[in-house]
Write a protein that binds this ligand. Structure first.
Ligand SMILES: Cc1cc2nc3c(=O)[nH]c(=O)nc-3n(C[C@H](O)[C@H](O)[C@H](O)COP(=O)(O)OP(=O)(O)OC[C@H]3O[C@@H](n4cnc5c(N)ncnc54)[C@H](O)[C@@H]3O)c2cc1C
Length: 569
């Protein structure tokens, strides 16, 4: 290594090189992601080209639109009344919002996910588009997907086919988008506290009366909401699930008004409002008593899978921006990528993000097999619920850290909104961390499912059957097997505890489950990748195991330095 002293001009040229580097196609330059597509979706022959074209648009068209749309002066606002004083509740977006939407929806993501068995294919586009951040559209895309799932399961009603056609249209200008309103001021996690009422009017039509506190995609054409249908049954049992169109068949606005838009830390180009319903017309989606089950099994379950791809995409982009920066930025005579502390930080981000991506690919692939009817049964459904919760939890928790630590690589420049997209990625990711189930709520749901359904047994069976496909002499597998033994010990300890202690102990158990599932599936992919002559995933796995399944040595050794260098190669 030759020592050099950058001056003003060479430092600026280095930054230009960095900018060029992060403008490259983010799909074809991401060999590990490319390999996952080939591994899981080998028959989708057109997909590689479609993703390449889409990734090009994401970097060169979508990202600049989103950057401008997210400037403070371009955020959405409401016009409550029109010029002649009629209440219109019109959300005004910057023109870039529509342009960005048209790029995202042009991927045909929703048309793809509407086909049973093609969810993974659809979500690969989510992973690519979310590298430009939430973009104001990824939450609505996930909400629309939830409504599509519900409509595919409920009995026919007059406009059902027309709604499905509009929801799956590949254009933001032409389509309908969906929203999901569960949260009320008295509680988001505790949906059973919902107080918004559903009642039938004198003609038998269903009406909604009450307020919803967090209403993202407030200007959606179709709203799915929970409302209290039954005053006798409290909690979630008394909730119904309804579809509320923003516009009535007469062409008039449905009966709801917006108090204000939320001034949010992230996802700022999307309109999130507080909404009052004044006897709004609604279509019931389920028989009484089944609304919450429908929402949990379809809407929230699916949103958690979407959320995982979304946060992993954001963190992946932050990593690539930081890595390219480290290759170009110099300090104290050397490019900073040469400093072991910088390498270690980046290697951790890369290996954990790669492991979590393997986990969500394996989970969504299982979901596709289930949706296609290749695997059947209540047990698979329960397992998928556990896996969705594990993925949503750990991916959101770690991605916020990963984006934060990517920002550290850019240091002062990392904190500047106009310098890179990392500050916005971080803000958007923090929001994704809190919706669709907070960390604690997901941990507690897993604890309840262990007690009620023994889902830990289902999890261990599934893990063992994946492990059985890996050659037993594999050295990494031995470390994983030790991790499985430790998990079993911790699970039996958990079951012997009093409830208060269980709610603390579950944290370690859930972390171990998510880590082991990620490790097994990363190892499986890494072995396949090695057959193509590449060891990138194997290095990520090795470091992942060292970080999470081995006892760290107190003194660092040259082999450690070599490993973190290899992870980044
Ligand atoms: C930008 C944004 C947009 C949103 N959009 C929507 C939307 O469109 N539709 C919608 O329905 N909601 C939306 N939400 C709301 C979101 O889903 C809720 O914030 C979330 O469900 C958590 O609910 P809460 O905020 O009421 O927190 P609470 O439920 O009040 O939780 C507060 C804290 O208590 C913890 N906690 C709760 N229960 C337990 C327990 N049993 N054990 C341990 N800890 C516990 C939680 O983890 C959390 O840390 C949005 C939120 C944000 C930030």
């Amino acid at each position: 290594m030759v020592k050099f002293q950058p001056n003003k001009n060479s430092a600026r040229s280095a930054l230009e090189e960095w900018q060029k580097s992060i403008k490259k196609n983010l799909f074809i330059t991401d060999g590990d992601f490319l390999h996952s597509i080939r591994y899981y979706l080998p028959k989708k022959t057109k997909l590689l080209q479609e993703l390449t074209d889409f990734a090009d648009k994401v970097v060169n068209e979508l990202e600049p639109l989103v950057i401008e749309n997210n400037l403070f002066e371009n955020l959405p606002r409401i016009d409550h009344y029109n010029g002649i004083g009629e209440q219109i509740e019109h959300v005004i977006h910057h023109p870039n919002y529509e342009k960005a939407g048209n790029i995202i929806y042009s991927s045909r993501l929703l048309e793809r996910m509407a086909k049973p068995g093609d969810l993974l294919e659809a979500l690969t586009f989510m992973f690519v588009s979310s590298q430009a951040g939430e973009a104001g559209h990824n939450c609505p895309v996930a909400c629309s997907a939830g409504i599509i799932r519900v409509l595919q399961k409920v009995n026919d009603f007059p406009l059902k086919k027309a709604y499905l056609k509009k929801l799956t249209a590949a254009s933001y200008t032409e389509n309908f988008t969906g929203a999901q309103f569960l949260t009320e001021i008295q509680g988001g996690s505790d949906v059973g506290l919902n107080d918004t009422q559903a009642f039938q009017d004198e003609n038998g039509a269903w009406r909604i009366e009450g307020e919803k506190w967090f209403c993202s995609n407030a200007d959606a054409e179709l709203i799915l909401l929970t409302a209290r249908i039954d005053k006798v049954n409290s909690g979630t049992k008394g909730l119904g699930l309804f579809l509320v169109p923003a516009q009535l068949e007469t062409g008039d606005r449905n009966h709801f008004t917006m108090r204000r838009l939320k001034d949010k830390i992230g996802t700022r180009s999307m309109a999130s409002a507080e909404i009052d319903f004044h006897g709004a017309y609604a279509v019931p989606m389920t028989p009484p008593g089944e609304g919450f089950k429908m929402v949990m099994e379809n809407v929230l379950h699916l949103s958690r899978l979407f959320n995982t791809f979304c946060v992993l995409g954001m963190a992946r982009r932050a990593y690539h921006i930081a890595y390219a920066y480290a290759q170009n930025r110099a300090a104290f005579g050397y490019t900073i990528i040469n400093y072991p502390l910088v390498k270690e930080n980046l290697a951790r981000i890369k290996s954990e993000n790669t492991a979590l991506l393997s986990s969500i690919f394996a989970t969504t692939s299982l979901q596709d097999a289930f949706d296609k009817g290749k695997i059947k049964g209540e047990e698979t459904k329960l397992l998928l619920r556990l896996l969705a919760n594990l993925n949503k939890y750990l991916s959101a928790l770690w991605s916020v850290e990963h984006i934060h630590h990517s920002l550290d690589v850019l240091a002062g420049n990392g904190a500047i909104e106009s310098f890179s997209t990392i500050p916005r990625l971080l803000r958007d990711c923090i929001v994704c961390e809190n919706w669709e189930g907070t960390h604690n709520v997901l941990r507690m749901q897993i604890l309840k499912d262990i007690a009620r359904y023994n889902i830990d047994d289902l999890f261990l069976q599934n893990l063992q059957s994946s492990i059985a496909k890996i050659p037993s002499a594999n050295l990494h597998l031995q470390k994983i097997n030790l991790g499985v033994d430790n998990l079993k010990k911790d699970l039996s300890l958990l079951k012997s505890m009093i409830p208060e202690l269980q709610s603390l102990q579950i944290k370690t158990v859930v972390d171990q489950m998510a880590i082991l599932f990620s490790a097994v599936h990363l190892l499986t992919e890494a072995l396949d990748q090695q057959n193509t002559g590449t060891s990138s995933k194997m290095y990520s796995l090795e470091y992942f195991l060292l970080l999470h399944l081995e006892t760290r040595k107190t003194a660092y050794e040259p082999s450690y330095l070599k490993l973190i260098t290899n992870v980044l190669a």
